[in-house]
Design a protein around this ligand. Structure first.
Ligand SMILES: Nc1ncnc2c1ncn2[C@@H]1O[C@H](COP(=O)(O)OP(=O)(O)OP(=O)(O)O)[C@@H](O)[C@H]1O
Length: 234
């Protein structure tokens, strides 16, 4: 579903992506991990068509990102919602942009709001929500149209355990229905819960890729693996 090879991206003197290769299959949850500044969010921006790479190729469902927006649901790292309008209006807008209309849109909003515990705040302006509620609303915009590729960039930052559990449950069931999921996080236990495969990113490229069992060989825990592979910023 997602194929990226040889991606390069520089911001002036800073090289954010430096030969980044990654493929994620339908039904797979891929946990993209790595230290701050490793290039994860830049990769997310390239995949979702928000940033053009300087070199390399990326396709989603065989299409370049700019033509694949209907296939993608994105929850970016920074909350990107209209604060002065209600959760429901935000969901209506994002659903409509994804091609949902009428009863389909209504059902999608109701189902997603219920799954993420947002039903009681649907009519509240996003600006009046707590941080965790905003996270849930942001995740809802990504999941609303049941995208073939779900991209979640640190979606549980600031979320309480209930919010986290609800979101992980939804991600698991969405992948079980056949979607590919790209999931960046610094909370490694989430990736265990999700049964995710791993892509370890360092200095703008993926330096280790495989199942948790494959990558953990020789390390007691995911934390040990992470420290061995990623914390060294070199
Ligand atoms: N718009 C930008 N302009 C200049 N530099 C940028 C920009 N976006 C990212 N960078 C730089 O590119 C590098 C990769 O950043 P990126 O946000 O992709 O890392 P990350 O792995 O997502 O980090 P984190 O875990 O902190 O979210 C960093 O050195 C960052 O400062």
């Amino acid at each position: 579903m997602l194929h990226a090879s040889g991606l390069r991206k520089a911001y002036g003197p800073v090289t954010a992506l430096d030969g980044f290769d990654l493929a994620v299959a339908p039904g797979e949850i891929c946990g993209l991990i790595g230290h701050n500044g490793a290039g994860k969010s830049t990769f997310v921006e390239v995949v979702t068509g928000l940033t053009r790479p300087d070199a390399g190729v990326v396709t989603v469902g065989g299409l370049p990102p700019a033509r694949a927006r209907h296939l993608v649901g994105l929850a970016p790292q920074e909350i990107a919602l209209y604060l002065s309008v209600t959760v429901e209006h935000n969901l209506r807008l994002f659903g409509a942009l994804a091609g949902l209309r009428g009863r389909g849109l209504r059902h999608a909003i109701d189902d997603t709001a219920q799954a993420l515990g947002l039903t009681d705040v649907l009519r509240r302006p996003v600006g009046l929500l707590s941080g965790g509620q905003r996270r849930r609303a942001q995740a809802a915009t990504a999941l609303l149209h049941r995208p073939a590729l779900l991209v979640l960039d640190e979606p549980t930052t600031g979320a309480d355990p209930g919010t986290r559990a609800a979101l992980l449950h939804l991600v698991r069931s969405h992948a079980a229905a056949g979607a590919a999921v790209l999931y960046t996080t610094h909370y490694l236990p989430e990736l265990v819960d999700l049964g995710a495969t791993l892509a370890v990113c360092r200095a703008g490229r993926v330096i280790a890729r495989g199942s948790q069992d494959e990558l953990r060989a020789g390390h007691d825990t995911l934390d040990d693996l992470y420290h061995a592979l990623a914390v060294d910023h070199a």
